[in-house]
Design a binder for this molecule. Structure first.
Ligand SMILES: C=C(O[C@@H]1C=C(C(=O)O)C=C[C@H]1O)C(=O)O
Length: 164
């Protein structure tokens, strides 16, 4: 694909990776507080505003919802794997955990509009010759393969579906 499309794909992959990198902080904060990994109300809130912003940006609403749902799934997969590991190790609470509401969720909230913008680009680029091949190749370089690449493939599935 043209250089600018390559750059847009790389940017999207970097944002997905950045979002995945937040999951261990979420896991730490919930490990200490005992809060559930799953926060359905928070997810529903994000999805509602994402749907609105996506439509305004000319993005297919179903695509945007599917994409964000998979980002949630990938984050929860990382959190569950870490909690399992910490349970098995008998890990005590973290000495200085990040605050979920004050520190961690604001990072995710800053990524959301950036991801929406990148999604609009992906929708445009989807038809470009070679875009799917480039996406698959760069995914392995730019997105961490922690936990055997499970969370990465969950997070990227909607993009892969869109770019055969
Ligand atoms: C990241 C969190 O954990 C889960 C994943 C979410 C996400 O990826 O945005 C949102 C809510 C939770 O179901 C969180 O609680 O903030």
């Amino acid at each position: 694909p043209p250089e600018q499309d390559q750059a847009a794909i790389d940017h999207m992959l970097q944002l997905v990776d950045e979002r995945l990198e937040v999951a261990p902080l979420v896991a730490q904060s919930k490990w200490n507080s005992g809060a559930a990994i799953e926060a359905p109300e928070r997810e529903a809130q994000i999805l509602e505003s994402v749907a609105e912003e996506a439509v305004a940006a000319g993005i297919d609403e179903g695509f945007a919802r599917d994409f964000f749902q998979q980002q949630f799934e990938a984050s929860k997969q990382i959190q569950r794997r870490l909690h399992l590991q910490w349970t098995q190790e008998g890990r005590p609470p973290f000495a200085d955990p990040p605050d979920l509401g004050e520190e961690v969720r604001p990072v995710l909230d800053r990524l959301t509009p950036q991801l929406i913008e990148a999604l609009a680009e992906m929708q445009r680029i989807a038809e470009v010759e070679g875009a799917g091949h480039y996406l698959r190749q760069r995914a392995e370089v730019l997105v961490s393969d922690d936990f055997d690449g499970g969370p990465r493939s969950v997070a990227l599935r909607p993009l892969m579906d869109r770019m055969p």
